[in-house]
Write a protein that binds this ligand. Structure first.
Ligand code: SF4
Length: 1015
């Protein structure tokens, strides 16, 4: 690889003759490049590459550095020249162990440490203050204690020192933690000789060099040049290690930017960079080079970065930079009116960068302050046709869907998690069950039918739980349940005889998905990438299980489940697959450290979220301990807030300096969510502007729609319409759906203009259809043809209440029997679980109470329920069922219609209700002879609202007897009118009060969403 062009300051680093040197530079100033070039220069000048040591803060950045050095040298160096401090320390300890004939050292994972700490906490509560004992068994306390011990270790604080500090500052928890630490170190040494936690590792290597001057001198002479990238993230343990390794004015070069130090919560001490000159100087302060050119940020981006950086305190010399980029760059700060607008705007921006500017997807990133936002952002962007990547190495192993499902299955098999209907439903819809919600609903229905046919009374949930989890339950003849039953059965058989790893393997084998996933992975594309990731994740789980069994041979599946599920960060032993090449990265600002993209979007820059100024210290006071050690006193509240604000601003600066060409920063301003003060750092005008509309989303269906609209719009000029038509023609020629006019349904000819009913056939209508037609003929027609709302739970509930009313009267049930019957009928409904089910249950309970009260108080005699009615007038047959027929004390017949909806019509509307009127008319026609002996006059009709009432009694609305009407025959006129219209060929859309809830609105030309889009 050719030598890059260096600016004068970078050149000064490369020409640095010898001794300690600190390189300061803002983001994009080329610090890493300067270090790589210095290394290359020394090697080409004769330095043996094995005498070079380059330290980087993460495995990822170390790997990148290694590649860059190898590329510059044009050869692979046998010993890795770039490593993390942990890797280097580990190497030293291993070398020492080999020399002394001891077993090789081993790194304890965070989860292992937490497991040991939790076990020890569980067995010794006495040493802890009484008010902390209740928390000792929680996972969170174990995690916090581990954190406290790590921070103390990094700062060289032994158990005695910690106890002394605790006594001096009246912190009894520190005193208890110190006693715990002493015992923990002893137990670790006994149970895991040679095992180190990450903080201990670097400290142990330092102690080794201090204790063994021969080894230290050897190591010093082996490392002729030590380079440390991103020294602003160094913790005190690393500083001490470097002190031993490169003391006395040796060649130690560190580079960093104090303004983007963001890992303080992991123990980094951003001030180490500023102390370097004094700390490592030899006969005077160490040399310093400040990089003054920016090679990443074009002028516009550098300008806004400078504005953010200037709000930070501390030395400012490195903040003055000049861009070497010839392009200006693009910065946009956008306020949106809501979350969905924000995502739509981000998606429009990313798609425009890809389609208009040719930026590859993998050259774009979306950054958020909070990890909790990432999953939702990924889903929302994917819905807007933005391909998004989820780096496998950014999520903990258990968070991968197939791993989580396997662990859940293991937990059910071992009894660690109780099998519940919700859990079983989740497993059935997971990767090893393979059902979607619709299929699952079908399975539940069939199981319930089978149960009822066999005379059983269990609910759908109970049957499902039994057939999946109860080995004694007869296997149903349902192919959808077989895979999950097979996996559980295999797990149960393997568990008593095998290790965790073997049990998991047996279950995986029984799932029989490996071959399909392998085929999918080889086929490529988004599905292939997902299958690839899933396979990697499962392999990672087996690796973790094998390592767990090796390290903790006595531990069982329950401990393994705790161990894996407790991991908040990816296991160090498994890093998953590389990110997809053709996808946008969506990650936290912290995860963007050391990375850059052409286009970066920083989202959700909201007040109270960024900066997040909530104090974040733990119960154990780890933050206070670190402050005390670093500042030698506890900071005041004002100092704490100011430190938090500075840390948040550094993180914001880090995020906005990741883009090489285009930066978009977004926030929501909707009165409740307010934009962050940080936005004003970028654009002082931002608070004075109103939220903007989201940008235009460039997707294929949208483009086809816009071209079609242009072609059909007479207001568009001829040239533009012609161009649009030509483009549609091109799209149609490559098969884009909807581009060819043959696929424009609005242009299809009328299939049939004949009448709906043949002239010699009668029209059949129910009384409710008469009412429906009068309200809107088009809705009546479309609903008759199947235009119904899906998921009609309310309709099923309505049927239940009507059935209860009918059975109560027919079988003369007592109230207790009614409630019993109601329970039975409710069990047959598949209402699901959760708050929706609970709300519906409460609503129906109230309806049943009102029904019983109404039946009890009705002064009339019951004649019949669900009474069939059929009457003919000319060529119209009216047929239906009356909910209830009663005889009044004066001998007249009253028609009762139960309503279960949540709203009631007005009194006037009820009085003119066509359905009731048609029933009354039918009574006069003698259509109720099955329950009414002889002649009967109608005594009116009543709507009984069981749902539209807030009290314990139902609301009644009466329609007077037709005999009292000016024209007693008006319902017959309605029937004729509706009959004539219903047999016709034209059905009008009549806009009415029910339009907002109309299920066929999207097919209705009276509303914009249903209007024709073709001329
Ligand atoms: S939206 Fe209104 S006008 Fe259109 S079909 Fe439905 S009820 Fe009729």
């Amino acid at each position: 690889m050719a030598r890059p062009r260096l600016d004068p300051a970078q050149q000064a680093v490369v020409s640095h003759p010898a001794g300690p040197l600190v390189v300061l530079g803002g983001p994009g100033s080329g610090k890493t490049t300067a270090l790589v070039e210095l290394a290359a220069h020394r090697v080409t000048s004769g330095l043996d590459p094995s005498r070079l040591l380059l330290l980087a803060p993460s495995r990822r950045s170390a790997a990148l550095l290694r590649d860059r050095v190898a590329a510059r040298l044009g050869r692979i160096v046998r010993e890795p020249v770039a490593r993390t401090a942990h890797s280097y320390a580990f190497g030293l300890l291993r070398q020492d162990a080999v020399r002394r004939g001891l077993p090789a050292p081993r790194l304890l994972s965070g989860a292992e440490q937490e497991l040991m700490i939790a076990e020890m906490l569980g067995s010794d509560a006495a040493r802890w203050p009484a008010d902390a004992r209740a928390a000792l068994r929680t996972r969170s306390f174990a995690g916090q204690l581990r954190d406290l011990l790590l921070r103390a270790e990094e700062r060289g604080l032994g158990p005695d020192d910690l106890a002394e500090l605790g006594r001096r500052h009246d912190r009894p928890l520190w005193v208890a933690a110190a006693a715990f630490a002493a015992e923990y170190l002893g137990v670790t040494a006994l149970a895991h000789p040679g095992a180190y936690d990450p903080a201990e590792l670097v400290r142990a290597a330092t102690d080794l060099l201090r204790a063994d001057p021969v080894l230290r001198d050897e190591e010093r002479s082996r490392r002729a040049l030590v380079l440390v990238d991103d020294y602003s993230e160094a913790d005190p343990a690393l500083v001490d290690l470097l002190g031993e390794l490169a003391d006395g004015g040796r060649d130690l070069v560190v580079a960093g930017d104090p303004d983007t130090s963001v890992f303080g919560f992991r123990g980094a001490d951003g001030r180490a960079l500023l102390r370097f000159r004094e700390q490592f100087g030899h006969g005077g302060p160490a040399a310093e080079v400040v990089l003054g050119h920016n090679h990443r940020l074009p002028a516009a981006l550098l300008e806004v970065a400078g504005r953010v950086a200037r709000r930070l305190g501390g030395p400012a010399g490195h903040r003055t930079m000049r861009s070497t980029r010839s392009d200006a760059g693009q910065v946009e700060v956008a306020l949106l009116a809501g979350r969905s607008d924000e995502v739509a705007h981000v998606a429009a921006h990313l798609r425009a960068r890809h389609l208009r500017h040719g930026v590859p997807w993998h050259e774009m990133a979306v950054l958020a302050r909070s990890a909790a936002d990432l999953a939702g952002l990924r889903r929302a962007l994917a819905r807007h046709e933005v391909p998004v990547a989820q780096r496998s190495d950014e999520v903990a192993l258990w968070q991968h869907t197939p791993v989580r499902a396997l662990l859940d299955l293991l937990a059910v098999v071992t009894g660690r998690d109780r099998a519940t209907p919700e859990r079983v439903a989740d497993l059935l819809q997971g990767p090893f069950g393979g059902l979607d919600p619709v299929r699952l609903a079908g399975v539940r229905r069939r199981l319930l039918e089978r149960e009822r046919a066999a005379g059983g009374s269990r609910s759908a949930d109970e049957v499902l739980l039994a057939v999946v989890c109860d080995p004694g339950e007869t296997e149903p003849d349902d192919e959808h349940l077989r895979p999950l039953r097979r996996v559980l059965r295999a797990g149960r058989r393997a568990l008593p005889h095998g290790s965790v790893e073997q049990t998991l393997w047996t279950m995986w084998d029984a799932a029989a998905v490996a071959e399909r996933w392998r085929r999918d992975a080889l086929a490529g594309g988004p599905d292939g990438a997902a299958a690839d990731r899933d396979l990697d994740a499962v392999l990672g789980l087996f690796e973790a299980a094998a390592a767990f069994t090796d390290r903790l041979p006595g531990a069982g599946p329950s401990e393994f489940l705790d161990h894996v599920r407790a991991q908040q960060i990816p296991s160090p032993g498994w890093s998953g697959t590389a990110p997809e090449r053709e996808a946008v990265s969506v990650l936290t600002a912290h995860a963007a450290k050391d990375r850059e993209w052409d286009t970066v979007v920083v989202v959700r820059v909201q007040d109270q979220l960024w900066p997040d100024l909530r104090r974040r210290d733990t119960v154990l006071g780890t933050g206070a301990l670190v402050d005390l050690l670093d500042m030698r006193r506890l900071p005041s509240s004002a100092e704490q807030v100011s430190a938090l604000l500075a840390a948040e601003r550094r993180l914001f600066l880090l995020a906005v300096t990741r883009a090489r060409a285009s930066l978009l920063v977004t926030a929501v301003d909707d009165g409740e969510d307010r934009p962050s003060r940080f936005l004003a750092d970028l654009d002082p005008e931002v608070g004075t502007t109103r939220p903007r509309e989201p940008g235009r989303l460039l997707t294929l269906p949208r483009m086809v729609a816009e071209l079609r609209a242009a072609v059909c719009d007479p207001a568009v000029d001829d040239d533009a319409r012609h161009d649009a038509a030509a483009l549609l023609d091109r799209l149609a020629s490559v098969g884009v759906l909807g581009a060819h006019p043959d696929e424009w349904y609005g242009l299809a000819p009328t299939s049939d203009s004949g009448p709906l009913v043949e002239p010699d056939e009668p029209v059949r209508l129910s009384p409710s259809q008469v009412e429906g037609y009068l309200r809107c003929p088009l809705r009546w027609l479309l609903q008759r043809g199947g235009g119904q709302q899906a998921g009609a739970l309310r309709a099923e509930i309505g049927s239940l209440v009507h059935r209860l009313a009918q059975e109560t009267a027919a079988d003369d049930l007592t109230p207790a029997q009614v409630w019993q019957r109601y329970e039975q009928l409710w069990g047959e409904l598949d209402v699901g679980r959760g708050w929706v089910a609970r709300r519906e249950r409460a609503r129906v309970d109230a309806m049943v109470t009102r029904l019983l009260a109404w039946l009890e108080s009705s002064p009339r005699r019951h004649l019949g329920s669900e009474v069939e009615v059929q009457v003919r007038i000319d060529d119209v047959v009216v047929a239906g069922r009356v909910d209830r027929v009663e005889r009044d004390t004066d001998g007249s017949v009253v028609v009762v219609d139960f309503k279960t909806g949540a709203s009631a019509p007005s009194r006037a509307e009820a009085a003119a209700n066509p359905q009731l009127a048609v029933y009354q008319w039918a009574v006069g026609q003698g259509a109720l002879r099955s329950v009414v002996d002889g002649e009967a006059a109608s005594g009116g009709a009543v709507l009984v609202h069981l749902g539209a009432s807030s009290g314990p009694t139902a609301k009644e609305q009466w329609q007077p007897s037709l005999e009292e009407a000016e024209d007693p025959g008006w319902p017959a006129g309605l029937v004729r009118e509706v009959g004539a219209g219903a047999r016709g060929s034209v059905f009008a859309a009549l806009v009415n009060a029910s339009c907002p809830a109309c299920p066929v609105r999207t097919s209705c030309p009276a509303h914009p969403e249903g209007r024709r889009v073709t001329p």
